[in-house]
Design a protein around this ligand. Structure first.
Ligand code: SAH
Length: 201
């Protein structure tokens, strides 16, 4: 997975590649899909949601430009896989999921990784733990989630898919004194972000 799906496709950050190697994806997929845990694809995790494609998880981590020690917010815990990988790259990871059953299952899986799991509408962020050096959103937003941008440190990075329910551009946004600066956009497809700053359920 690391060599073929990640390195050959341009993921070059060695810390990110090591983090992807360190976290067993099979722990985060349903038991009946374990045989497909290293497929080059998103996989169903129940409740109509998915565990993200390994390449997208690595790409988001690389775009966040983490060096260790940062406080990070992961929106859309899902299986917990992205949060587990982030825990290898940053100091303090908070992850928020709106579907209680998914948050509960992920909370158990993430305990050994030291990730703090919250239940709620991630489009509101986590004001009590802000500011964050980095915010990763694993669900598609119709527009820039302002509240999440506001919870970034200066020079902090927000990576979020923005577009329609069906297709989006993964946008890498940096908080700057002049306002949001878009560093890069990558075509992608995520499940919808549902909530106050997202789509309707
Ligand atoms: N990072 C996850 C991907 C999960 S898919 C993984 O690696 O497995 C995206 C998740 O975002 C889904 O579980 C969905 O329920 C959740 N989600 C959608 N809108 C949300 C919101 N407003 N707040 C928190 N979670 C949300």
């Amino acid at each position: 997975m690391v060599e073929e799906q990640l390195r050959l496709r341009g993921i070059a950050n060695e810390r990110v590649l090591a983090a992807m190697r360190a976290v067993p994806r099979e722990l985060f997929v349903p038991p009946e899909l374990r045989g497909r845990a290293y497929d080059d694809a998103a996989l169903p995790i129940g409740e109509g949601q998915t565990i993200s494609q390994p390449y997208m998880v690595a790409r988001i981590c690389e775009e966040l430009d983490l060096h260790g020690g940062e406080r990070v917010l992961d929106v859309g815990t899902g299986s917990g896989y992205q949060a587990a990988v982030l825990s290898q790259l940053a100091g303090d990871v908070h992850s928020i999921e709106r579907i209680e059953s998914l948050a509960a299952e992920a909370g158990e899986r993430l305990a050994p990784f030291g990730v703090h799991v919250h239940v709620g509408d991630g489009t509101r962020g986590l004001p009590e733990h802000a500011p964050f050096a980095a915010v990763a959103v694993a669900a598609a937003a119709p527009h820039l989630p302002e509240t999440l941008y506001e919870q970034l440190e200066l020079r902090g990075r927000l990576v979020v898919p923005i577009g329609s329910r069906r297709e989006q551009l993964l946008q890498v946004i940096v908080r700057s004194p002049e306002g949001p600066a878009v560093l890069r956009t990558v075509p992608c497809r995520f499940v919808p972000l549902v909530g106050e700053g997202g789509f309707r359920a």
